[in-house]
Design a protein around this ligand. Structure first.
Ligand SMILES: O=C(O)CCC(=O)C(=O)O
Ligand SMILES: [Fe+2]
Length: 208
């Protein structure tokens, strides 16, 4: 059982897309979900889309080391300091990936809070310049199981769903952002979901 969790589930070999179950275990995973929900200062910034401003259809917190300044849709985000639980999840991710033979480091995380299946994130790749040319991104899911929809940016490959159960980890390896886009589309799935997408922001890449 332990071995299977360590090896995970390889969804794509090139670029590497791999899903691991049971990152934190219970009751830690469920307790962490409710602590993050109640303790973090969730924000709903307004972003400009096609010349009009809209509140994002979810809530978020940008967290990390002080140097991990990030620009996204024309706005800058200064990270809030690490919450103890989130630092613990970061360390568990690094350890699980190391066991799977993947070396990774993270100085920042975007936490996304989806109150229910109506809340969502549109099509995008995580390809901002501060992430470097071929970022490795690790996404942890807590709460309601929803599919991350993936589609190829070029060619005729078919789109597919990656279901992300409570307490799972999805590794998006180098090349995933360059070759694919992903989205969390609205679905009739009830329940709170919080995702944590861990990244490495190159220090001194501030663009403003
Ligand atoms: O909520 C998710 O699983 C997707 C989050 C995401 O794509 C991101 O934070 O860039
Ligand atoms: Fe993303």
């Amino acid at each position: 059982m332990k071995l299977d969790a360590d090896r995970g589930d390889t969804l794509l070999r090139s670029p590497l897309l791999q899903r691991f179950p049971c990152l934190l275990g219970e009751p830690t995973a469920s307790e962490t979900l409710s602590r993050l929900d109640s303790e973090l200062a969730w924000e709903q910034p307004r972003l400009r889309l096609y010349g009009r401003e809209h509140p994002i259809p979810r809530r978020q917190v940008w967290m990390g080391d002080g140097e991990a300044y990030y620009r996204y849709s024309g706005q800058g985000f200064q990270p809030v300091p690490w919450h103890t639980d989130v630092a613990g999840i970061r360390d568990a991710v690094v350890e699980r990936l190391a066991t799977a033979g993947v070396a990774a480091r993270f100085n920042s995380v975007l936490l996304n809070r989806y109150a229910d299946g109506e809340e969502r994130m549109g099509w995008h790749s995580d390809d901002e310049p501060e992430l470097g040319p071929d970022p490795l991104i690790a996404a942890v899911s807590l709460g309601a199981e929803r599919p991350l929809r993936m589609r190829w940016r070029q060619g005729s490959g078919v789109a597919f769903n990656v279901w992300l159960p409570h307490d799972s980890l999805l590794l998006m390896g180098p090349g995933v952002q360059r070759q694919l886009q992903h989205a969390l589309l609205p679905r009739r799935i009830p329940g709170l979901r919080i995702s944590l997408t861990f990244r490495w922001i190159w220090p001194n890449s501030r663009r403003d």
